[in-house]
Design a protein around this ligand. Sequence first.
Ligand code: ARG
Length: 273
Amino acid sequence: MNIKKWSLFAVIGMLVAALALFGCSSGGDKPASDSGSSDNAGSTESGYTLINDGKLTVAASLDFPPFENLNGSTPEGFEVELMQAIAEEMGLECEYLPSTKFDTIVPLIQSGGKADVGVSGLTITDERLEQIDFTEPVCDVNQSITVLKDSGITDVNQLEGKKVGAQTGTTGYEWAAENIKDVEMVGFDEMTAVYAALQSGQIDAIAVDLPVGNYYVKTAYTDCEVIKEIPTGEQYAIAVSKENPELTKALNEALKAVRDSGKYDEIASKWIQ
Ligand code: ARG
């Protein structure tokens, strides 16, 4: 094997390693047998319904950087750019509704009429699958525990009988409630309120998705630290109404195209460390 080939292998190896670090998987879907024809799902005969013609209307809780957050009044983040790329692939405009409380998103998609999709670092769970459909996964994540740097807490077993805060209705809340002995759970609507509660001593720790915990600690709450990664092996996906299966199908095709074109990796490397 010549040097050129070896260096190509080395580059591929580095890319794979980098993706593993991002915690966002670009795998998960097998190439379709008709690959190459997935561009433009064909909005004329797509079979799906939309709240507003020509638009993909997105409901989100915009408090979950680096996945979705508000920059002033503009949504930004990994999933925001991914949704824009997916919408573009479908020949649609991507429109975000004003930020909504996280635990209202699944019911909102289930009852229909307001948004076409729910996108909010939303983990696929059996319970949610009873209410809505999910697309193929868009990202893999684990949970984590954050404490104040000077708290002396270095491990989860030190949280026994203590107060742990999390966003209401999240998998982080559920994990902590089920796995920390005699824990007293405190739920909040907004992620920023969870951090404020940690800083003011109202709670002793935060349970949150690891990339979000890392992001907040690095960029805003520098007096806090992530002490533990909890390997829950969660996968985020886009929530769609069970009444709109053709939309799920079209989103999956567009997601695949965004992956195949390299756009997915481009967006992931911009937002996720
Ligand atoms: N992944 C977790 C869940 O699905 C937390 C998501 C919180 N999302 C947000 N945008 N605040 O329950």
